[in-house]
Design a protein around this ligand. Sequence first.
Ligand code: PLP
Length: 387
Amino acid sequence: MTYLAKNYNRKKISFKYGKGSYLYAHNGKKYLDFCSGIAVTALGHAHPKLIKTINAQSKKVWHVSNAFQIPEGERLAKKLCQKTFADYVIFQNSGAEATEAAIKVARRYFYSIGKPNKTRILCVKNSFHGRTLATIFASGSKKMTEGFGYVGGFDHFIFGNHKSLKKKINKNTAAIMIEPIMGEGGIKVVPDWCLKALRKLCNEKKILLILDEVQSGISRSGDFFAFEKSKVKPDIVPIAKGIGGGFPIGAVLMNKKVAAGMTPGTHGSTFGGNPLAMAVGNTVMDIVSNRKFLNNVKKLSKYFLSNLNKLKEKYPKIIREIRGRGLLIGIELKIDQTKFIKNLMDNKLLTIRAAENVVRILPPLNVKKSEIDQAINIIDKVCSKLR
Ligand SMILES: *Cc1c(COP(=O)(O)O)cnc(C)c1O
């Protein structure tokens, strides 16, 4: 009997504790966690520096209102701005809140310059921007919006279809919002030349570019942000998942131009940016934004991807394509995804599904090479069994 509503189809397994890349289940088994709570536990479980930080802060102050100064938040915002395109930050508690705040910032900017009708946000059909009422309609997926009425203000274009993109821009378009690497959508990487062209298009049409880095950001791609490789500068970037290392934190980063619209009273959040969350965020940021750390993610990624591609050659009837960048990896299968994931789990490797029959692999960013080897062996074994 469970008193939890049935909005999740949960696997029948629970965990007592975690350490590094491993989770220890109540059934006595030890699992290699290459799901990381969906790109959240970026430094694995029970990281000593995060434990130290949260213990220290928990003895000082957990929460104060945003009516007061919060130095821990000031420090994290400064780090985020110095590391990225951003000039200003608003803290939230989750990804959906961050993307929704990004939409508000875009609309408010046009309102503040006397163009109140420019409110429409153009998104990729069947993308993922979260589960609030506005963000499900931004995502434009029938499965997510069915039965939830209607929230207007969003237009959609087909991924990779540049004609449909240009056709959908009109005089009321405020912004284009995309994920530089579609996560839930099946680990689809938007090529760098596309991001560049998108930026150019936004400049020509005088609209804003929002890049949703909730899943692809915080060093997951091997760069701090996935868009960095393309050298484009977005106007607004929502983040969440990895930045808290398991503590719920979201944020929206923005440039000076659009931040001008966010005057006192235009947005707020009771919990957003509280001292406990910010203390943890600072420690995560210090570790993952380091150049050496990023180079190691790139190195591990190269090793992992090349070994997965070898498995693709070895099992052409099972694996269609290896996708992704950094440690945001997808295996597109030719056989049933659910069965494959179950078999990986039976062999003590945790992964998670994505659209297009893709198995998502999201190890912690500080994963060891030997743990990648272990995962490769398990995937090899499962491919061999299901062949
Ligand atoms: C997970 C995700 C979100 C939503 O984040 P939540 O914390 O679940 O609200 C938004 N955008 C992208 C790209 C995501 O992957």
